[in-house]
Design a protein around this ligand. Structure first.
Ligand code: S3P
Length: 461
């Protein structure tokens, strides 16, 4: 039946996860021995959201393998089910029977996107060009994040949004009955904003055009083509112009989700930091618009080897072998930010133990992530005794061989802060504590078990 979830209900999964929502402090300390072993990390979060959304807009049944079963993505699954897609789990795979472009139904309840900015913003794009009324909200972190960046451009297609003052969730969306195509130049480098506009363009008559001054992750473009849409991309200076022909017939197309490079970053940096370590991380996505961290770590002297490079479902993947290396400080240019935007907290940890002073430039966008990551990363390093400063949008870190540690890190409902602090604690003289580890499940369920399997020292407090 449309709108209903068969078999393993996503709603049940989310409810179970919510029930267990209570603060879970943890502590991380130097492990007794080097980290070693072979692991894989959960599916890519960006690709998982998009796979569910595009499959729900396609005609036919899409099989998704390797979907990230983290809270953020389960929110997207629940939302697409509320809009009429049939979604079920079969073994480890997820099956989505789509309703076709224009075929989504109005949700009968509020869409709660939890902690996920990607889910909220991309869904605004879908709803903008569907003739439905919807109300959207999120958790305390998401309700602080700017939605004007999608509301402004999406309004041009004829959709009406009413948000809380400041352009914040909760918001209502009245989708356009006959959506106009949008032409828009991104004022900030944001794959979420680009994707929201392209998703709206799917149900608009005519050509939707997005210009991005800096290239951002292109999973939406790749997946649109994979599902049968006509997308053209041309270079413009350092950036790109993306054109999408509206109202294509999207056809169901199976998706194999690669391991998330943003999740791989945590065990990878841990292995770099702990002397004697050697770790292999299998089947990690290596889309060049996501690998800025690997490039930066190599500049710092890291030994990273890619084995078995291959292409899976239109995305490059490979196995990464990483060995402990003494790192040197780095100066990261601002134009690299889009390709490693989620990796700055863990890069900051690497810089904290690198020889010399690092400067990470152009990090303004970090202020509007799951937390103010510029402030929270600074506070994390200071809690471990590392000298760090913010100058404008730059983060400056004085590396030291053995930071004293011993501090408590406030994670502000931010999964990447929590994981970064737990990796940091593998190198500090005294243990590092975090106030709450629950949000790790939004992107990396099983993180602590995975790190412990490699030999990391993480325990309850
Ligand atoms: C994402 C884009 C990035 C990133 C987020 C995922 C996406 O956000 O930080 O975790 O899937 O499109 P911005 O578009 O705000 O840079």
């Amino acid at each position: 039946m449309p709108g209903q979830l068969c078999q393993t209900s996503v709603i049940v999964l989310i409810r179970r996860a919510m029930e267990s929502l209570q603060t879970r402090p943890l502590q991380a300390s130097r492990p007794a021995a080097a980290l070693s072993g072979e692991i894989s990390v959960p599916g890519d979060k960006s690709i998982s959201h998009r796979a569910l959304m595009f499959a729900a807009l396609a005609v036919g049944e899409t099989r998704i393998t390797g979907l990230l079963e983290g809270e953020d993505v389960l929110r997207t699954a629940a939302a697409m089910a509320a809009l009429g897609a049939e979604i079920r789990r079969e073994g480890a795979d997820w099956l989505v029977a789509g309703r076709g472009i224009g075929g989504l139904i109005a949700p009968s309840d509020v869409l709660d996107m939890g902690n996920s900015g990607t889910a909220a913003r991309l869904l605004c794009g879908i709803l903008a060009s569907h003739d439905v009324y919807a109300v959207m909200t999120g958790d305390a972190s998401l309700r602080k994040r700017p939605m004007r960046r999608v509301i402004a451009p999406l309004s041009a297609c004829g959709a009406r949004f009413t948000a809380r003052p400041g352009g914040l969730l909760p918001l209502t969306i009245e989708g356009a009955r006959d959506a106009l195509p949008i032409t828009y130049t991104l004022p900030v480098a944001s794959a979420q904003v680009k994707s929201a506009i392209l998703l709206a363009g799917l149900n608009a008559r005519g050509v939707t055009e997005v210009t991005e001054p800096e290239p951002t992750r292109d999973h939406s473009e790749n997946m649109l083509r994979h599902f049968g849409a006509a997308v053209s991309i041309s270079q413009q200076g350092r950036g790109r112009v993306i054109r999408l022909a509206g109202q294509p017939e999207l056809r169901a197309a199976d998706v194999a989700v690669p391991g998330d490079p943003s999740s791989a970053a945590f065990p990878l940096v841990a292995a770099l930091l702990v002397p004697g370590s050697r770790v292999t991380i299998n089947a990690v996505g290596l889309n060049p618009l996501r690998t800025g961290l690997f490039e930066t770590l190599r500049e710092m002297g890291a030994e990273l080897t890619i084995r078995n490079p291959r292409v899976q479902g239109g995305e490059s993947i490979g196995d990464i072998v990483v060995e402990h290396t003494a790192l040197a400080a780095v100066d990261v240019p601002p134009e690299r930010a889009p390709s490693m935007i989620d990796e700055y907290p863990i890069l900051a940890v690497a810089c904290a133990v690198a020889r010399g002073t690092s400067r990470l430039r152009g990090l303004g966008e970090l202020r509007v992530k799951e937390s103010d990551r510029l402030a929270a990363t600074t506070a994390m390093l200071r809690a471990g005794g590392v000298a760090v400063a913010v100058e404008g949008d730059d983060l400056i870190i004085d590396g030291m061989a053995a930071p004293p540690g011993g501090g408590l890190v406030e994670t502000h409902m931010d999964h990447r802060l929590a994981m970064s602090a737990l990796v940091f604690g593998q190198m500090t003289k005294a243990a590092m504590r975090i106030d709450d580890s629950t949000f790790i499940d939004t992107s990396f369920p099983g993180f602590v078990a995975c790190m412990r399997r490699l030999g990391a020292a993480i325990s309850g407090v």
